[in-house]
Each structure stands twice: as C-alpha cells, then as structure tokens.
Design a binder for this molecule. Structure first.
Ligand code: ADP
Ligand code: MG
Length: 697
C-alpha cells in the first residue's frame, strides 16, 4: 500500500526529474519519506549574538550586530574585492565580497543597523568575514533567534547549485504539505512514560527547531524511536526462537565432576565460574541456547568452552567448535586435545587441508557418534559433514563469519537445533553488543587469571631502531622470543608484502646469529604450519609476520610484541596483537613503532594503547574514534546504519529503548493487543525498507 511518503521526490515543488536523479544518486533520496528522514547533521546557532571584541578566527560562525562605516574597493582584476568596515560599540572588523559586488552596494547601506552572520577569519591583525549574510535588524525582530539546519551535501550537488539553502527550501516545502500525513509511530502511554514529544512535533523541530529545548526533545524522540524498533525486532526474534525451538536438556554432570576433581589445571576465576553457570542454566532449560561469550584476550575462554562441552558429551551428544582460520582451528585443537586426552574423549580436526581419506573416515565416525569433539574451520559446515547428535556448536567468531555460515552450523541437526555459543575475543562496547547481538544472551568474562603481569606498552619512533634492537638482544639473551608484526592491508598487498620482506632482511642483518621465522597469508598452509611449529618449539627466536598471527597462536615464552607502522592498525587490532604476549610468567612488552608523522587519531590510538590494557576501555575508545560501522567491518554494518541515533553516544537511551521493548513484548508477545496495533504496523513497514535484519534466524 503506497502512502504519501512513498511519493517520488521528483514531484516535490522545486525538484523535477533532473534534480530528482541527482538527489537519488548523491543522497539516496528517492521519496518524500527519504527526504523527511534526511536529518540535519548540525545547526547553526542564530540565537546568540557576539560583540566584535569577542570574535576570533577559531569560531565556526558568529552573529554580530552593528553598522557599516564605509565601503572601499580594493585591488583590481581577479583580485578585486569590496570591503565594508563594520563597527559595534566594542570594535571593528571587515566584511569582504569577491562577487556580486554591485548587488551588495545596491542593497546594503552605511549607517543602518545590520545583523551579520558568517565565518570569521584572521589576516594579520584584522578579523574579516567573507560573504556574510547581512540583514537589517528590523527584519530580524520577529524571527528573534533560531537554529538553522545544515544538511549533508556532496560536491556534485554543490556544483549544480543544489546547496544547503536549496535543501532547506525543499524541507520547508515538504513539511508544509506533509504535516497532515504524519502519523504517530509510538503508543500513547510509551510517549507519556518516556516523556517524548509527538512524531509530528519531532519532525518539525528536527528540521526547523523553534528552540534549543525543542531540538533536544526532537532528537531524543527520533533516536528513541529508532532504537526502540531495532530492539523490539531483536528481542522479538529471540522470543520467537525460544518459543519455537526446544533445546536438548543436558544435565548429566558425571564426567564434568570427574574433570573438576581430577584434571582441572588451575582454579577458575570468579568470572569464568559465573559464565559457566549462566551457560549451564541455558542448557538445562529446555530452550535452545544462543549466547555470546565475550572476554578479553587471555581471559580463558577456551577452558570455559571445554567445560561446557563436557556437560553435553556427558549426555552422549557431540560438540563442534568452528574457528575463522586454519591456524586458529589448529590452536584450539591442540589446546582442547590436551584436556580431551586427560578425559579419554575422542577429538578431531577438520580443515580445508584435511586429506580425502582422513576426511572420509572422520565423516563416518561423526555419523556413528563415535567422534565426540570436532574442531575446524568453515569446512565444518559443508554438506558432507553430518553429526549423529550435535548438542553444542561453539563458534569462535572474531567477526569473520557471515550470518549464513553461522546459521548453517546451527541447522546441522534435523529435529532439534543445537545450543549455540558464540565466542569473541574482541570486547564489544555494551551499546554495540546490544545492537549487533541483541538477539543473543550475553556472558562476559571481565577478569583475567591471577598473577598476570600487565604488559608494558611503549611508543617508539623509527629513528630509535638501535635502541629497539638492543632491547631485543637483551630479551633473546634472557631466553625470550619476539614477534615483529607488519601491516598487511589488502589494497596495497604487494607493497605491504615487500615491506614485510624488507623488514625480515633487516632483522636478519641485525641478528645474524639468531634463527628467525616468517609467516604471512600468501604462504601455503603446510609452510605456515612448519614455521609456526618452529617458533612454538622455541627453535626460532624471532617471528616476523603479518596479522595472520592476530587470532591464533599461544606461545607463553614469547614476551615481546613489536608492531611496525603501528599507526596503520585499528585500536582493536593493536589490542588483539598485543594479546599474543603476556601469556607466560615473564614480564611482557609491546613496542609500537611509527615514524614522526602522525594524525591526531593515530596519536589517540597509540596513547590509548600505552595507557591501558583493558579491552573494554579500548573498545569504547575505538567506537568513539571510528564509529560503529567501521568497527565491525562492512559485513555487519547494515545493522548499524542508523538514521539519527549514535551508538557511541546514546548508550543510556539505547538501554531505555531496550527495556521498553522488553517490557512491551513481555506483556504482549504477539503484539496482539489493540493498543499495540500501531507497533505491529510500523514493524511491517520497516521490514519493507530495512534488509538484513535477521542475522541468525
Ligand atoms: P582466550 O580467552 O584469549 O581464548 P585462553 O583460553 O587461550 O584465552 O587462555 C589464555 C591462557 O590462560 C591459557 O594458557 C590458559 O591455559 C590460561 N588460563 C585460563 N584460565 C586460567 C585460570 N583460571 N588460571 C590460570 N590460567 C588460566
Ligand atoms: Mg582463544
């Protein structure tokens, strides 16, 4: 059913077919609805007046009142300009025009009181404003003061004279004709409870705020609405799934107890115990578990996963663990095999490089149920892989699996879905987690095992290479091992590979007597494994690598992480890399190496790394620096394309929206009640426009 807001933008007065094409191409504005939801990204404050004495060149815009003393033409040819000397009771500045001089001279006269608005600049000791807006003070009276909207624009639009003034005009035009078509999209009592203004008022004031208070109210109302509907859909998905999908009940703790009593390698941290309890409660509940387990690097997620596996295997079901890379799958396999062997449990590894014969045998053992624990890469989700009875799927995510892949593993059982535990080592700020994983339960390990020495992180310039080498020499003499990591970013892959090779050669020259490994993504799997193996065994002392080591290896004896061109890495990635050291008993170090030229953001990233080891703190800073879309990679950013809310700033509102959505669905899970009809209709209309919401289902 087409509504007023589905009308093509072409038909709005002042647009027409040609401009419509531009608006579509440049701003993705196709309909009236798109335009009205094109919110200003800032406002110019016209409520405030400054005195000339207060004005300086750091101010973005100023509004002043005064009189023109006289005009003067300066320069000739292309440098010709008109200067007006403008004065109030506190001082004097210059207004300058390079174009439209005759028009200015015909309209603006000395001796009359004007309001002037523009961006102040400084030339020597003179403050000047180029091409200011000038209005007689009398005209300005009834408008008194207002906030002027500024809309996103592109160069292309500007070059076709579709500027901010034009967009302001369009919005005014649209609001005039749209006003009686704007329907409320939140129920009455929710508006009251949250103290939100109506949709109509909000749309008017987001574009043309009548006061600062009304602007704030409009923003809050629209943000809340946006977040509320996201949360409503996520929570609804969760409820539907819990309703529809029974979970296998696991509660035989026999082998679990045996492991605790005989083989537990270390006392668990409080946080580990807590999350294990949370997971057990799910697996006993009769409902299918979908839980995110997040914990910083080194917080001990592996043992938690294993302990959860035991509950499942104890009831004669199977478990699978899927990792994003071969190295990481291998690492998980090695770690878990230690525990599995203690308990006499069968465990196998399945990756792209598993040979045909081994694979066939593995398939057979899996189908008969003899194989209990299967670790692997996405090779696990291939059709040939059939479980006898899959009880728990653990997915080590690192943001690399797509939705489709995750749900495929999920569907490995015909009748009952297995429980799903998604593990991530990239701590996610709460606001992001609530949005990206809002349909999952969340468990957090927020405590590191006792006795860990915090990693000492420093920032060094390239020019201190000799000192860095000297430090490396000391560490190697003390028996430690060292990582040196180079960036490898796809667009410049060849060049990066060259940097890596150059780096390797200069390290080899500086340390001729030291055995060195090299590892990068272009190497064949067995070559990688061979090099990795040498380093793990301590045969090589230095590992020169790209970020392929980011997710994998655990070499407790490696105590130094040197990151070259550190300014090219994102914060979360730096933190992940640093997490490769600090795993043993020795003091560990992380050295971030850059040259002198650094952007402000790079400096913030480096300083944050030096200042803190806390992954959650780092994730928050990263979110502020990069915005949610970038943080998660393009894959999931669809879910983060918000019109107005900002996950890095609107945490409180998000929590309120989530609570409200939860309360509403608890009272009326099917949205059947009359007062919730509105909500149901709104969800339907959002479903049409927003793709890619159902991430896991
Ligand atoms: P991550 O959460 O990064 O996957 P791991 O599970 O690899 O962390 O654990 C990191 C290291 O800490 C491993 O060597 C592991 O054996 C050890 N570890 C885990 N839990 C504890 C604990 N409670 N006490 C001491 N060491 C632990
Ligand atoms: Mg791990």
């Amino acid at each position: 059913m087409a509504t007023f807001f589905d009308t093509s933008i072409e038909f709005l007065k002042g647009v027409g077919p040609q401009r419509a094409v531009l608006l579509q191409k440049e701003l993705k504005i196709f309909t009236y609805g798109d335009l009205i939801q094109q919110y200003p990204f800032r406002y110019e404050d016209r409520t405030q007046f400054y005195t000339i004495k207060e004005v300086n060149e750091t101010m973005p815009h100023v509004q002043i009142k005064g009189k023109i003393l006289r005009f003067e033409m300066i320069g000739g040819g292309r440098k010709k300009r008109l200067v007006a000397y403008f004065k109030d009771s506190t001082g004097e500045l210059e207004l300058v025009w390079f174009q439209g001089i005759n028009w200015v001279l015909s309209k603006i006269k000395p001796g009359i009181e004007y309001t002037v608005f523009g961006k102040p600049n400084r030339y020597g000791r003179t403050i000047s404003i180029a091409h200011p807006e000038v209005e007689p003070v009398t005209d300005n009276k009834e408008k008194k003061g207002f906030l002027q909207p500024v809309y996103p624009l592109t160069e292309k639009l500007r070059s076709k004279y579709l500027d901010n003034k034009f967009l302001v005009k369009l919005q005014r035009e649209l609001l005039t004709i749209a006003i009686n078509h704007i329907r409320e999209t939140l129920p009455e009592d929710l508006l009251k409870k949250q103290r939100l203004i109506s949709k109509k008022e909000a749309l008017i004031n987001i574009h043309f705020p009548q006061s600062h208070q009304l602007l704030a109210a409009a923003q809050e109302r629209l943000k809340f609405e946006e977040l509320f509907y996201i949360q409503l859909r996520l929570i609804k998905m969760k409820l539907v799934r819990q309703e529809k999908f029974k979970g296998i009940v696991f509660n035989d703790a026999t082998i679990l107890t045996q492991f605790y009593e005989e083989h537990l390698p270390f006392p668990l941290t409080g946080a580990q115990k807590r999350v294990i309890k949370e997971i057990y409660a799910d697996m006993k509940s009769g409902k299918q578990m979908n839980r995110l387990l997040q914990g910083d690097v080194g917080s001990g997620k592996t043992i938690v996963a294993f302990i959860c596996m035991l509950l499942v295997i104890g009831s004669d079901a199977q478990v699978a663990l899927m990792a994003p890379t071969e190295i990481l799958a291998q690492q998980h396999y090695t770690n878990l095999k230690k525990y599995a062997d203690l308990m006499g449990l069968s465990i196998s590894l399945l990756t792209g490089s598993t040979k045909k014969k081994a694979r066939t045998e593995l398939h057979y053992r899996l189908e008969t149920g003899e194989l209990k624990i299967l670790i692997g890469t996405h090779a696990l989700i291939e059709d040939g892989v059939k479980f006898n009875r899959l009880g728990l799927a653990v997915i080590d995510e690192q943001h690399r699996f797509g939705v489709a892949q995750r749900s495929k593993l999920w569907q490995k059982n015909k009748n009952v879905y297995p429980h799903v535990l998604v593990m991530t080592a990239t701590p996610i700020p709460r606001t992001l987690a609530m949005t990206l994983y809002g349909d999952l339960e969340i468990s957090t390990i927020d405590e590191l095992p006792k006795g860990r020495k915090p990693i000492k992180t420093t920032h060094q310039y390239d020019s201190h290479r000799l000192q860095i080498n000297e430090f490396m020499r000391q560490q190697i003499a003390a028996g430690r091992q060292i990582y040196i990591v180079y960036p490898l970013i796809e667009e410049s892959e060849k060049l990066d590979l060259k940097h890596l090779m150059d780096g390797y050669e200069s390290v080899a020259r500086a340390f001729p007597e030291v055995p060195i490994s090299i590892l990068h993504g272009k190497m064949k799997p067995d070559a990688k494994e061979f090099e990795m193996g040498r380093f793990v065994k301590g045969e090589t002392k230095i590992m020169v690598a790209t970020t392929v080591i980011e997710v994998g290896v655990d070499v407790p004896n490696a105590s130094v992480m040197i990151i070259e061109s550190a300014e090219r890495f994102g914060l979360s990635q730096l933190h992940q890399l640093r997490g490769r050291v600090g795993r043993g008993a020795e003091q560990s170090y992380c050295i971030l190496v850059t040259d002198y030229k650094l952007s402000a953001d790079s400096k913030t990233r480096l300083n944050t790394m030096v200042k803190t080891n806390n992954g959650f703190e780092i994730a928050e800073t990263d979110l502020k620096l990069r915005g949610p879309g970038d943080l998660m990679g393009t894959q999931q950013s669809g879910a983060l394309d918000l019109l107005i809310a900002d996950l890095s700033k609107d945490g409180l509102l998000l929590q309120q929206a989530r609570d409200a959505a939860k309360a509403l669905l608890e009272a009326d899970p099917g949205l059947e009640k009359a007062e919730n009809k509105l909500i149901k209709a709104q969800i339907e209309s959002l479903r049409k426009t927003v793709v890619n919401w159902s991430r896991i289902s």
